[in-house]
Design a protein around this ligand. Structure first.
Ligand SMILES: [Zn+2]
Length: 346
């Protein structure tokens, strides 16, 4: 009897020792996001523990990857000993990211580590990702902004994260055109557009063009020239802001333009929509940016009509929207843009 008691005691001590040996290390910067993740699971009836989790904000990821991966997640790190996430601590992946962008990335990695989820690259018929577990190297998915701070959108993506059988959300089916909320045909000139140039400003020239061409609507089209071959392509961002006015919660915006290039683009032409909220001190807080490449790599003489970027489930907090084009090319190219408009869809 005595022997037996001793044996049980020994076993008990052995196990408690072993358990204590695992020290869950969580970088302080990541801690609040992890607690939020566990709380979001709790709300949805999924109980999780961070007992076996280690989470690092780290200067170098422990697996070298060729693509620009900003984070990794394992559900069985170190021979099943732990669950682990790593977030790369540099400007692109962490320092320049908003709170919401950081949350998107960390929740994705925790999806791997705590929910043992794999990547899911399914899209809805309208082209947006079905899941925050999409892999960030695919064109349609950016792990920084699958959702933003918008109850309906975030609600859906978190529901799906904790339950893969979540039904398709209503906002992917909104197709009723309501009105144009913005248009510019450059008939009165280039008005209220702003230019931001990285690199040599002499490479770029922006003007109005009145020559006959397929995309010109009215008397003028916008003409942007990259005037010489350059080794390090500079970058021109061409932006215009407008007041959105009243919308219904979770409406969609579609940003369309007609675009023609002449010569050889060697780089990227992309378009973006960003949502801004006017704060009480009258400054504009950008809380969401959605961008997509229009042309990439080497492309000669292209014509694109009604080229569209859609933004789903726009929140009523949005006061100001900006449309922008970003251009970089190592070879001389001329880009004509006209008939720019943003449509509201409910
Ligand atoms: Zn992943």
């Amino acid at each position: 009897m005595k022997k037996q008691t001793f044996y049980f005691l020994f076993v008990f001590l052995f196990f408690s020792c072993k358990k204590d040996k695992f020290e869950s290390i969580i970088s302080t910067e990541l801690s609040a996001y992890i607690d939020d993740f566990i709380a979001e699971g709790e709300k949805r009836g999924v109980t999780l523990s961070k007992e076996r989790l280690e989470a690092f904000l780290i200067a170098e990821l422990s697996l070298e990857r060729e693509d620009n991966v900003c984070g990794l997640g394992w559900s069985n790190y170190n021979n099943q000993e732990s669950q682990r996430i790593e977030i790369l601590n540099n400007e692109f992946c962490w320092e320049n990211r908003t709170d919401g962008e950081r949350e998107n990335l960390i929740f994705h990695e925790l999806g791997h580590a705590l929910l043992t989820r794999d990547h899911l690259n399914t899209t809805f018929p309208n082209g947006i990702s079905k899941s925050i577990m999409c892999s960030g190297t695919d064109g349609f998915c950016s792990n920084f902004n699958v959702y933003y701070d918008n109850e309906v959108l975030k609600g859906y993506y978190l529901d799906e994260l904790f339950d893969v059988n979540t039904p398709e959300p209503a906002f992917t089916q909104r197709t009723n055109f309501v009105r144009r909320v913005f248009e510019d045909h450059f008939e009165e000139g280039i008005i209220d557009w702003e230019e931001f140039i990285e690199g040599d400003p002499n490479i770029f020239e922006v003007s109005l063009d009145s020559t006959e061409n397929e995309i010109r609507k009215g008397a003028y089209a916008l003409k942007i020239e990259v005037k010489q071959s350059v080794i390090d392509e500079g970058n021109l961002i061409f932006v215009k802001r407008f007041e959105l006015g009243a919308i219904k919660e979770c409406s969609s915006l579609i940003f369309k333009a007609d675009i023609r290039t002449e010569g050889e683009l060697d780089g990227t032409l992309s378009q973006a929509l960003s949502l801004r909220e006017r704060l009480s001190d009258n400054t504009l807080n950008r809380f969401y940016l959605n961008s997509q490449p229009i042309l990439e790599g080497q492309k000669t003489n292209t014509l694109l009509k009604d080229y569209a970027l859609e933004m789903y489930c726009v929140t009523t907090r949005t006061n100001v929207v900006s449309v922008s084009f970003s251009i970089k090319s190592k070879l001389p190219v001329t880009i004509y843009i006209d008939n720019i408009r943003v449509e509201l869809v409910e």
